[in-house]
Design a protein around this ligand. Structure first.
Ligand code: AMP
Length: 216
């Protein structure tokens, strides 16, 4: 099964994709994670992407399209995948359609996490994760059980994303409205779009997403 999760930054795409990866045996493909790995490794792509990401703008389509074209041919993608953060423009969506149809494949579902954009600034600007295992936390909504100790692995080291500052979050939300929201009518017209209330509690969102995947 091939699925796209759509929604503005902070909608919960990454959290939900990680859960569905476990429950539905799909490979979670996050272009944000891939780009952050490129930045951390100091590669040519990473050097090009770093300042664009720090400003909260979108990295050029050509970079993302070739990254995904390569990634979906890897063995772990053969069991099906969940795209988180791609496509983000109509050009990327068209390229994805072409890549899949060349392999006589297609997207099974595109699921939009519907959220209140105004609430996303608070959601994102308080988030951080364990530096060792990546478990996600939030200053207000999801604190570790023991202060400063990761629930999952016991580490004391935590990190915040450079682009999770309130002013950058606003730029990222604007980029979503201007460049990514046009994908909603694009996929609606193809009859593959489902909507899920992303403001509901995390477990309820997971249950609803799971039902959509089970029916796909
Ligand atoms: P994310 O982790 O999905 O919020 O992505 C973090 C940042 O990576 C975004 O703000 C963009 O700068 C960049 N990025 C991730 N995916 C894409 C994409 N599909 N197209 C362009 N830029 C992207």
């Amino acid at each position: 099964m091939k699925v796209v999760l759509l929604g503005p930054p902070g909608a919960g795409k990454g959290t939900q994709a990680q859960r569905l990866q476990e429950t539905h045996g799909l490979t979670h493909l996050s272009t944000g994670d891939m780009l952050r790995a490129e930045v951390a490794s100091g590669s040519k792509i990473g050097k090009e992407a770093k300042s664009i990401m720090e400003r909260g703008e979108l990295v050029p389509d050509a970079v993302l399209i070739s990254m995904i074209a390569h990634r979906i041919t890897q063995p772990d993608a053969a069991k099906g995948f969940l795209l988180d953060g791609f496509p983000r423009t109509v050009a990327q969506a068209e390229a994805l359609d072409r890549m899949l149809s060349e392999r006589t494949q297609k997207l099974d579902r595109v699921i939009q996490l519907v959220v209140d954009n105004d609430a996303m600034v608070d959601r994102i600007s308080g988030r951080y994760s364990c530096a060792k295992c990546g478990a996600g936390y939030h200053d207000t909504f999801r604190k570790p059980k023991k202060p400063d100790v990761c629930d999952a692995c016991g580490s004391h080291e935590f990190v915040r994303r450079a682009d999770d500052k309130p002013e950058t979050v606003r730029t990222r939300l604007e980029a979503y409205d201007r460049q990514t929201a046009p994908l909603l009518p694009y996929y609606k017209g193809r009859g593959v779009l489902s909507e899920v209330d992303g403001m509901a509690p995390i477990d309820q969102v997971t249950t609803r997403l799971g039902k959509i995947l089970d029916a796909a």
